[in-house]
Design a protein around this ligand. Structure first.
Ligand code: AMP
Ligand code: TRP
Length: 332
């Protein structure tokens, strides 16, 4: 059976980008057609300056939101990365497989490191090695597919390279995985700055729809989305990123096609209004279910405990094999 692995970092509140780019497919497709694991990848949240209490809170919130979105612990495995030692254990072997040059070429590293330096902050070494830990997340489970948004394509490409290199040097241990992306909304853009990705931690949040925003907040953010001075509605990602982003969001909500939708609208006002309502309706059930689940944290804790146990049992034998293959003496 196909094995799927994906994860989300608890670095901020989950956004519409996370949902349309990744989580919705995990729920609607992946958990039913494959043996799937979804992880709150908390170790990755320590690669930038962080507040310990906040990471803990966001980890539980992310888990609650994944369940609220419809991941079903009977059909897939939901767990917290740091509960399973095999990720860090395997990551070290992959550090011994990767080169420093290929790490420094990672786009996200370059961007985040430049931002940190500009702010006078130091860059954690783990920010550089982060894609290796991500590769370990994926490879530890012999994953075939990795459903992610566009921004993670380069990291999955690196994962493929490391798996193939390790196999070639030490014998076949890892499955070489491939990334899958949604057809529309693989990169949802910030509503205030449609040339950058809608990310969890923008300063103001005005251009970001969070999954737990209430209906009026969502309406306000979408109605204030930056467009351009064009008179007609046209789908052109490069030339007209603002309207294109709205068309993608609306078509993702309605399972339509952004080009076809562009022909339906004569004004940005009408497009924004329909987009706002579509997003409100898309997220309403998720928000309601989140409130129910948040009232019973012991249920979420139990799901995570059982998930970690299952994940551990899957990863352990493979990581043991990798340790042996690379030349380490097995425990007698
Ligand atoms: P992260 O929040 O960086 O942990 O991302 C979790 C998942 O959501 C990954 O698969 C990302 O590629 C995806 N994702 C994050 N932001 C966006 C976005 N703005 N558009 C589409 N997918 C996204
Ligand atoms: N790097 C991913 C992100 O920023 C999160 C992540 C960590 C991940 N490990 C993973 C995604 C393994 C897919 C598979 O979004």
């Amino acid at each position: 059976m196909t094995r799927i692995f994906s994860g989300v970092k608890p670095t901020g509140h989950l956004t519409l980008g996370n949902y349309l780019g990744a989580v919705r497919r995990w729920v609607e497709v992946d958990q039913d057609r494959a043996d799937a694991l979804f992880s709150i990848v908390d170790l990755h949240a320590l690669t930038v300056e962080h507040d310990p209490a906040r990471v803990r809170r966001l980890s539980r919130q992310a888990a609650t939101l994944l369940l609220a979105a419809g991941l079903d612990p009977e059909r897939c495995t939901v767990f917290v990365q740091s509960h399973v030692d095999e990720h860090a254990r395997l990551s070290y072997l992959l550090e011994c497989t990767a080169s420093d040059g290929e790490m420094r070429r990672m786009i996200q590293y370059k961007e985040k490191a430049a931002r940190a330096r500009a702010a006078g902050e130091s860059v954690r070494l783990s920010l550089l090695t982060y894609p290796v830990l991500m590769a370990a997340d994926i490879l530890a489970y012999r994953s075939d597919e990795v459903p992610v948004g566009d921004d993670q394509a380069q990291h999955v490409e690196l994962t493929r390279d490391l798996a193939a290199r390790f196999n070639q040097r030490y014998g076949h241990v890892f499955t070489v995985p491939r990334a899958t992306h949604p057809e529309v909304a693989a990169r949802v853009m910030d509503l205030q700055d449609p040339t950058s990705k809608m990310g969890k931690s923008h300063e103001t949040g005005a251009g970001i729809v969070y999954l737990l925003d209430d209906a009026d907040v969502i309406r306000r953010k979408v109605m204030r989305a930056v467009t351009d001075s064009g008179q007609d509605v046209e789908y052109d990602r490069e030339g007209r990123p603002g309207p294109a982003n709205l068309l993608e969001i609306l078509s993702a909500c309605e399972r339509g096609n952004p080009e076809a939708l562009a022909g339906v609208y004569e004004s940005y006002g009408a497009l924004k209004k329909d987009t706002a309502e579509a997003v409100v309706e898309l997220l309403r059930p998720l928000r309601e279910r989140h409130a129910e689940l948040a009232a019973d944290p012991s249920y979420v804790d139990e799901v995570l405990r059982a998930g970690a146990e299952r994940a551990r049992a899957m990863a352990r034998p493979l990581v043991d094999r990798a340790y042996e293959a690379i030349g380490l003496l097995p425990v007698g």
